[in-house]
Design a protein. Structure first.
Length: 89
């Protein structure tokens, strides 16, 4: 099973670029304590779920497929020793 190339049209790059610029321009005083607290909870939730699911059978299959298709890459996987190509991360 091969991974198809993602549509990387200009409209997608524009949205990503705008979002990245907005985040880069943020100052600490722009973030309210409530928003900071929510962001902290979201990050901790993502991290816990990512670590908890790192060795689920489906994840094992996807990692095996990525390594079979392209071999080891440069992108580390959270909670796993393997590294994969960027498009698999």
């Amino acid at each position: 099973m091969a991974v198809e190339a993602l549509d990387t049209g200009a409209e997608h790059r524009d949205v990503t670029s705008e979002l990245a610029n907005w985040v880069a321009d943020l100052k600490p005083e722009d973030v309210t304590p409530r928003a900071y607290r929510w962001a902290t909870h979201c990050f901790l939730d993502w991290f816990a779920v990512t670590i908890g699911g790192a060795h689920e059978p489906l994840v094992d299959m996807l990692v095996a497929e990525a390594l079979d298709q392209e071999g080891s890459g440069s992108v580390p996987l959270v909670g796993r020793p393997e590294k994969v190509a960027p498009r698999w991360s």
